[in-house]
Ligand binder design. Structure first.
Ligand code: NIG
Ligand code: FE
Length: 412
């Protein structure tokens, strides 16, 4: 089946030669075509060009999108969207002055979600997560990474990952899954953290691998959570089963998480509030995508990651939502772009690069998604009539996504 999208006001993030990512000063450039057409065959992009050369195929369904911008869907490379219930009570505690670490120390935070998740059936968990998947598709997300990490025992970690797999089988969004057994230390292991790490390595990783439930392996490598040594052990164990690293690093301190991630060739290191010259040096020349999560820093009112320093040092940068009940209860990637612009002083071009091609790389999907290129999957956002692409992050609460196409099919 062939679909022709005509009269596109601006087609953005177009690509003639495939790039794996956009780095450094290049992030300020956003390739685009004014007054464009785009042709799709089945689930793939066939071709695109300017309206003065618009093809007239015999049998194609045509969509006229005058006044609208067309861009690739967002890739959200870091979420925890399979979770049970919500944590707005803690939100109140936080407003009254408790820090994230203090809440975690009292057995709140992640462990609160762990308790709820253990009490929730797999079907119920699926239904709750499915609603979030529909929500983010409506926001224009076409690919999402989903982590486990609220199970913290084998049975419940598997439950989360099975739910993620079911979402992958039953929805049109592209899903990558990550095993995050080392997300927090359960209360009963607080005096013997190594014993918990042993359990992650000897029991959980083999079980996850046996059912082929994960693409990636993650560790919360930070002050008060897991050490560099723990992280190293877990990464090595995961890699034996083909799981690639994707690390929570340097959110709370200069934890060494970035360096250990790079050492084991992690696909991405995420959060990155604490980044100095050492960390930047480690990332330079690596294959690891630095990923910043502006929603979590905004919601927790934390120190901001030095994104400009990283880009000035020639690094690529991805942005993701971190959608989770504790530190970022939103999966709205358009709002993430706005936060990138407002709080981190990134330009509209930089945030679009960071939420499309670079975040596709951060989840290993850059060959299929993240840009408008011949042969890539037709995952597209068609905006409402808007004056320019800069308007997207500028109008920071307006819902400007009119239609979403996933795998060549309009969703709404
Ligand atoms: O990415 N930093 C660690 N983990 C999550 C928080 C999860 C939670 O609080 O439930 C994060 O922010
Ligand atoms: Fe996270």
């Amino acid at each position: 089946m062939v679909t022709l999208i005509k009269n596109i006001k601006k087609l953005i993030q177009t690509e003639d030669t495939p790039r794996k990512w956009v780095a450094g000063k290049e992030m300020a450039n956003l390739p685009a075509i004014d007054n464009a057409w785009l042709m799709i065959e089945d689930d793939r992009i066939l071709d695109f060009g300017t309206m003065d050369n618009c093809p007239e195929p015999d049998e194609a369904s045509e969509i006229d999108v005058s006044g609208r911008i067309v861009m690739p869907t967002f890739c959200d490379s870091h979420t925890h969207l399979v979770y049970a219930g919500s944590r707005e009570i803690e939100y109140g505690d936080k407003i009254r002055g408790l820090s994230y670490e203090e809440i975690a120390k009292r057995g709140g935070g992640i462990l609160n979600s762990t308790k709820l998740l253990a009490q929730t059936s797999e079907d119920d968990l699926y239904e709750q997560a499915l609603e979030r998947i529909h929500e983010i598709i409506g926001f224009g997300t076409g690919a999402v990474e989903i982590k486990s990490g609220y199970g913290l025992d084998t049975e419940n970690e598997l439950k989360m990952l099975r739910v993620a797999r079911r979402l992958k089988e039953t929805t049109p969004i592209h899903i990558k899954t990550t095993f995050l057994g080392a997300h927090s230390i359960p209360m009963e292991y607080r005096n013997d953290q190594t014993k918990f790490v042993d359990k992650v390595i000897n029991e959980m990783i083999p079980a996850v691998a046996a059912e082929e439930l994960a693409d990636y392996i993650d560790v919360f490598c930070d002050k008060g959570f897991f050490t560099v040594e723990d992280t190293e052990r877990i990464l090595m164990a995961g890699m034996k089963y083909g799981l690639i690293g994707k690390i929570h690093a340097n959110e709370l301190d200069y934890s060494g998480g970035i360096q250990v991630g790079v050492k084991y060739n992690a696909r991405s290191v995420d959060h990155l509030e604490f980044v100095g010259p050492e960390e930047i040096k480690a990332l330079q020349g690596s294959e690891t995508m630095p990923t910043v999560l502006p929603g979590a820093a905004f919601f927790l009112n934390m120190k901001l990651s030095p994104v400009r320093e990283m880009m000035n040092a020639g690094l690529p940068l991805a942005l993701a939502s971190d959608y989770n009940p504790g530190s970022s209860p939103s999966g709205n990637m358009k709002f993430i772009m706005s936060l990138g612009c407002i709080n981190y002083k990134m330009t509209p071009e930089e945030v679009i690069n960071a939420t499309t091609l670079n975040s596709a790389y951060a989840m290993g999907l850059e060959e299929d998604l993240g840009s408008i290129a011949k042969g890539k999957i037709a995952n597209l956002i068609i905006t409402k009539p808007i004056p320019s692409y800069e308007y997207l992050p500028y109008a920071y609460t307006s819902h400007l996504v009119e239609q979403v196409m996933l795998n060549g099919e309009l969703i709404n």
